[in-house]
Design a protein around this ligand. Structure first.
Ligand code: MG
Length: 280
């Protein structure tokens, strides 16, 4: 594969990403795929999806898990509802995670991504050890499917993430680095954080955001079109180069409709220009 192929965060059926038609019309050949719901993971549906992506010449580089009941409405709601951190939902979500890993394998994809939720910063928190065990279980299951497990960044500082990696202790645990999330959640400075955890970064979201007071909901900023926020995309890409990262640059734009498509098209142009300047 070429270095830094452009990608788009997509979905089939229900989901948060752009559709395959958008991907095709923009001439992009890699995607991350937000998992469809259970009925759309039935074998006949998977075969259809796989054929659609293959016919379009589009490689699925990460399948992102998602669960019913997750909400990003505000930060307290994220803490209560997202990923494997909510204790009362963990067992059923682990079971669904295994099914999503199988779906990813059936799609020919070697990485499962997830917002695991807010990992407790205090390792003596009663929920810390169970979350470590849950991550180990996911890693071990993914390994049987020949996959890595990519944690999306944003909800914890780089040093918390590093000690989490140390405690999970699995060689197929990796990071999907989303620089904008660190601004939106107000957790860390994107570029220094990227340098700190860089050795684990196996996929990225090209997403931008700017700090803004008074957004509400505990958010520290707002998402912007790529290049118009405070991530500093040239420095983000230069840092990825310095780290030896050669994987996809996957654009994530968390709005919908025509504006999403327009912003993604502009993001592609920006990334192509920067890729040329930085990789030469
Ligand atoms: Mg993201």
């Amino acid at each position: 594969m070429e270095k830094w192929p452009i990608g788009i965060f997509t979905s089939v059926g229900a989901g948060l990403g752009a559709g395959l038609d958008t991907v095709k019309s923009l001439g992009v050949h890699t995607v991350q795929l937000h998992t469809p719901h259970g009925p759309d993971r039935a074998p006949d549906r998977v075969a259809q999806f796989r054929k659609q992506f293959e016919d379009a010449g589009v490689l699925v580089t990460v399948v992102f898990a998602g669960f019913e009941g997750e909400s990003y409405a505000d930060i307290p709601t994220v803490q209560k509802t997202v990923g494997l951190v909510p204790a009362d939902l963990r067992a059923e979500r682990l079971e669904e995670t295994r099914a999503i890993s199988d779906f990813a394998k059936a799609m020919g994809c070697d990485a499962l991504g997830m917002h695991i939720g807010f990992v407790p910063e205090d390792t003596s928190d009663p929920n810390y050890a169970p979350v470590i065990r849950a991550a180990q279980e996911v890693c071990d299951y993914c390994k049987t499917n020949g996959q890595r497990f990519h944690l999306e960044t944003g909800q914890e500082k780089a040093d918390v993430l590093l000690s989490f990696f140390n405690d999970v202790g699995r060689d197929n645990l990796a990071i999907n680095f989303d620089p904008a999330n660190l601004i939106l959640y107000g957790t860390d400075e994107p570029i220094p954080a990227l340098r700190e955890v860089g050795r684990y970064v196996k996929s990225v979201h090209c997403k931008d955001a700017k700090r803004q007071a008074g957004v509400g909901g505990g958010w520290a900023g707002v998402e912007t079109p790529l290049g118009q926020g405070e991530v500093n995309m040239p420095l983000f890409l230069q840092t990825l180069k310095d780290l030896g990262y050669v994987g996809p640059l996957t654009i994530e734009r968390e709005i919908s409709g025509e504006q999403q498509k327009k912003d993604i098209a502009e993001a592609i142009a920006l990334l192509q220009r920067l890729r040329g300047e930085i990789l030469g």
